[in-house]
Design a protein around this ligand. Structure first.
Ligand code: GDP
Length: 138
């Protein structure tokens, strides 16, 4: 069993895609172990995406991530990190496989509806960024 962090980004929440995203991950045996809606401050978004701080899109990305509420979730399942990333599709929706969340709903390389951790160490950091142990069901 493995855990990963999922975010439904402000574009996904704003367009009414919470249910659609949750339906797809539950249909694929990814169990929601924690869930909440948050509106990140600029400092919180910059901290979350600190790994990208030198990228040209950092300012735009953090502005987008603070533009509205996000739904953050801890997902659990076998090989959850990789399986959730497969469901999400490629970062650039134009390159995403058919049937993926990003292929079906993203409108832009930045406004791509969902986030998912990309490795076990990242998942640990990202889950701890938003949830304490009491907030994650056993
Ligand atoms: P992910 O792991 O698939 O989300 O992709 P990355 O970690 O590489 O990038 C983080 C997020 O930054 C992406 O999900 C996009 O929202 C955004 N992003 C990535 N590349 C670009 C880019 O070239 N331009 C802009 N504006 N945003 C980008």
């Amino acid at each position: 069993m493995e855990r990963t962090l999922s975010i439904i980004k402000p574009d996904g929440v704003g367009r009414g895609l919470i249910g659609e995203v949750v339906k797809r991950l539950e249909a694929n045996d990814l169990t929601v172990k924690a869930m909440k809606m948050i509106r990140m401050s600029t400092t919180q978004a910059q901290g979350f995406y600190a790994v990208h701080k030198d990228r040209p899109f950092f300012g735009s990305l953090t502005e987008f991530m603070t533009s509205g509420p996000c739904v953050v979730m801890v997902l659990e399942g076998e090989n959850a990190i990789e399986r959730y990333r497969t469901l999400m599709g490629a970062t650039n929706f134009k390159e995403a496989a058919e049937g993926t969340i990003r292929k079906d709903f993203a409108t832009d390389i930045e406004k791509n509806v969902v986030h998912g951790s990309d490795a076990p160490e990242t998942a640990r950091f990202e889950i701890g960024y938003f949830f304490n142990s009491l907030e994650i069901v056993a």
